[in-house]
Design a binder for this molecule. Structure first.
Ligand code: GLN
Length: 487
């Protein structure tokens, strides 16, 4: 049996039945990382020894027939912007290349309380700013399905690790689509929880009003299992909500009879790749054949979502990243003349191009002369997008759209044209602006064999419904068109 091919739920079941041990499973993943990481670049740090120790401890509990938590013994990777006690948390940046947090993020703590084994820290776009993983200071992550292509971003390391079986599941972050885009490009499942569903404590801030820690998994059932472990109110994050979160695995019913699914026409026109459109519309037909009611709807504010997102996220980033000054922690330039010179050199050397660009844009839109014309206007657009979705949810329960306008593109293809790069996020950012939940699920391949992803968007805190719809689709089609996309 190839242990790394198993989903988290299947592996957990076999561990309980003692078909193999946690150290065996962990070692299989570490071997896989040893074999592939140099080529794919998904991990920045591999915690070989720690993972081994955790695996032994969990196995001891199993041998003593102790009560087994949900993810007991399942090896996972964590994005490098999620704090892990005693382990480098670089955010893909030179600025934090020496930052070893003294504490765990709440999501990490919860995973470890649930018995997950942490394999290491995953590569990502610098400070989660990017759509292709080309902005990391630690180098490009490659798409496991085609090394010449990007894995999507910013959580490219997370999606690439799960797709290439270097992690059974992973945690990434989703501010504007990071986890969904990367999952779509790598052919895995990624869920952006409702804002407030998962604690942000210990997630290095990019745009605090939209950031969410988000699971990347092999299938929908795993996604529900991981959400069960990480969701819920946390007194350490005042924006996390006590909504008495449900047992998400109870949503895993194969049933979409009568489910009202909206197809917004604006998401299927413009610069969308023909095959992406076809595959997502095919998925709509599958839902229809299973008893769902498909209705065309209109969300005309889509065209304003991307500019509003880039204004708001850059404004927040410019403020959040002001703390990296070479004094408190993180990188500090070697030679400087005075305090101002220290700040300038530290920030000049510590941040990469894209991060600097966002800080500049953010500072500009928050400037006294531009605040109303840019930042305030973007906030109004955000509110209007929220209302537009609220209205749509009067008619439908779930909205089905493509995750991205295209499949994975070639490394370097979009670095020269920023607008082209930012357009990757056109279908994902409205979800973050409106505080909704959404899941990206593979729905076939294009003619080059690259995975296509569809997005099921749900009302706030209605993860249960999108998980049910995604689960039903996956069960019916057998996953990505019935094809095993693990390499
Ligand atoms: N690509 C988007 C950006 O660069 C979103 C990234 C994210 O979700 N972290 O801002």
């Amino acid at each position: 049996m190839e242990l790394t091919k198993l989903t988290a739920c299947k592996a957990a079941d076999k561990i309980r039945k003692k078909e193999f041990s946690v150290p065996e499973l962990t070692q299989a993943y570490l071997d896989r990382i040893g074999e592939l990481n140099e080529k794919i670049g998904a991990y920045i740090t591999v915690c070989k020894q720690d993972a081994g120790k955790q695996a032994d401890n969990i196995q001891k509990k199993i041998d003593n027939n102790g009560e087994l938590p949900l993810l007991a013994g399942i090896p996972a990777g964590i994005s490098d912007n999620i704090c892990t006690s005693g382990v480098l948390t670089s955010c893909g940046s030179r600025m934090l290349s020496n930052f070893v947090p003294p504490y765990d993020a709440t999501a990490v703590k919860k995973l470890s309380q649930n018995g997950a084994v942490m394999l290491g820290k995953l590569n990502m776009d610098e400070f989660a700013m990017g759509s292709s993983n080309e902005t990391s200071w630690y180098g490009q992550v490659k798409n496991p399905l085609d090394y010449g292509r990007v894995p999507g971003g910013s959580s490219g390391g997370a999606a690439a690790a799960v797709a290439s079986q270097m992690a059974c599941f992973a945690l990434g972050s989703d501010t504007g689509g990071s986890v969904r885009l990367a999952s779509s490009f790598c052919g895995v499942v990624g869920l952006k929880p409702t804002y407030g569903a998962v604690s942000r404590y210990g997630l290095v801030a990019f745009a605090s009003s939209m950031d969410q820690i988000a699971p990347v998994t092999r299938d929908v059932a795993d996604c529900a299992a991981v959400m069960n472990s990480i969701a819920g109110h946390d007194p350490l994050d005042s924006t996390s909500r006590d909504y008495g979160h449900e047992d998400y695995t109870l949503s895993l019913k194969s049933d979409v009879k009568g489910l009202k699914i909206g197809l917004p026409k604006e998401y299927f026109s413009g610069g969308i790749q023909k095959e992406v459109k076809e595959k997502v519309l095919d998925a709509a037909k599958v839902f229809e054949s299973l008893g769902a009611e498909i209705e065309e709807i209109s969300l005309p504010l889509l065209e304003y979502a991307l500019p509003a997102y880039y204004i708001i996220s850059s404004a927040e980033a410019s403020s959040n990243l002001a703390q990296y000054d070479g004094i408190k922690y993180g990188y500090r330039t070697r030679q400087f003349e005075d305090l101002v010179d220290l700040y300038k050199k530290t920030r000049g050397e510590g941040f990469g191009e894209e991060v600097k660009r966002r800080i500049l844009v953010g500072t500009y839109v928050l400037g006294a002369g531009n605040y109303d014309a840019c930042y305030n206007k973007a906030l109004k657009v955000k509110r209007m997008i929220f209302e537009e979705y609220q209205n749509a949810y009067q008619k439908v329960e779930v909205i089905l759209v493509p995750t991205a306008p295209s499949t994975a593109f070639k490394i370097g293809e979009k670095t020269a044209d920023l607008l082209d790069m930012y357009l990757n996020d056109v279908y994902t950012v409205p979800v973050n602006l409106a505080g909704l939940c959404a899941i990206s699920v593979p729905c076939g391949f294009d003619s080059s064999g690259l995975p296509v992803g569809m997005q099921l968007i749900g009302k706030p805190y209605d993860e249960g419904t999108i998980l049910r719809a995604a689960f039903t689709y996956e069960k019916y089609t057998g996953g990505n068109g019935g094809i095993d996309c693990g390499i």
